[in-house]
Design a protein around this ligand. Structure first.
Ligand code: CA
Length: 269
């Protein structure tokens, strides 16, 4: 699975550099504006996003007509503010995981969305699931604006959607594990979504019990991840890695994940 993330990291570095150039150019272009126009507000939101002022960016974007660009930035603001998923953080986390030699998809997402000790409280899991659904929903609104739906998303949008989808699958898994882990206790203890923690504690949640909605959500995520990978044809390792990830979840390769397959995934981690 490692080269998916190396690739995404390389990609994000490129996108980050590009966005700095775009912001620099944009700032110059709107510098004579009156500050109230759509473009000026969008620029203000873009700068807030770039500085990690996600709440400010969100407030500005929610006041604007919901164009494709506004919807994409709004999704970025939610990912940054609610999921700790800003580009710099992802790159730093990937570097850290590279150094430690652990690059599982669960680890990388679990480390980003967890607190400073990588923990996810029950409240965190609920709030972050709502946020990731909202962030993905904004890309689905963009698809609705397009004649060919998801196929018409830009490469960058497909990659962002793929990353959000991996995050949602990890959060759905976190919810299912937390439900079992806390089944017999009065307080709801935090869990950690790393392979190391799951291996050490999985005897406490020998089986998880997904609802049909949970399984549908994972199926949709696998589809979006697949679209993200297919969007890029310059690196064939990507497809190999994606298939490895997908096969770990969908062991009979029928594009649907069952409860048994989910439990197998945890057991084989
Ligand atoms: Ca299957």
């Amino acid at each position: 699975m490692s080269s998916i993330f190396r690739f995404l990291k390389k990609r994000m570095l490129f996108c980050a550099t590009l966005s700095v150039l775009v912001i620099a150019a944009g700032g110059f272009l709107v510098s004579c504006d009156n500050g109230d126009s759509f473009d000026a507000k969008l620029e203000e939101a873009r700068i807030a996003l770039d500085h990690g002022n996600y709440a400010q960016a969100r407030a500005i974007l929610e006041s604007l007509p919901q164009t494709e660009m506004v919807l994409e930035y709004l999704s970025n603001a939610i990912a940054g503010g609610e999921l700790n998923m800003d580009t710099l953080n992802i790159i730093a986390t990937m570097d850290e995981l590279d150094d430690e030699g652990k690059e599982g998809s669960v680890d990388i997402i679990g480390t980003i969305i967890g607190n400073e000790n990588d923990e996810l409280s029950c409240e965190d899991i609920e709030a972050k699931l709502a946020a990731v659904n909202e962030a993905i929903g904004l890309f689905e609104q963009i698809m609705d604006l397009k004649p060919n739906g998801i196929a018409d998303l830009t490469e960058g949008q497909k990659l962002q959607l793929g990353l959000l989808s991996m995050t949602r699958t990890v959060l759905v898994l976190a919810k299912l594990i937390s439900n079992k882990y806390n089944a017999s206790s009065e307080i709801c203890a935090a869990i950690v979504m790393t392979e190391e923690w799951i291996k050490a504690n999985r005897h406490l949640f020998p089986t998880v019990e997904p609802t049909q909605d949970d399984l549908d959500s994972i199926d949709e995520d696998l589809h979006y991840i697949s679209v993200a990978i297919d969007a890029v044809d310059e690196n064939n390792d990507m497809l190999d890695d994606y298939n490895e990830f997908k096969n770990e979840l969908d062991s009979d390769s029928n594009d649907h994940v069952t409860a048994d397959e989910l439990n197998l995934y945890i057991a084989n981690m």
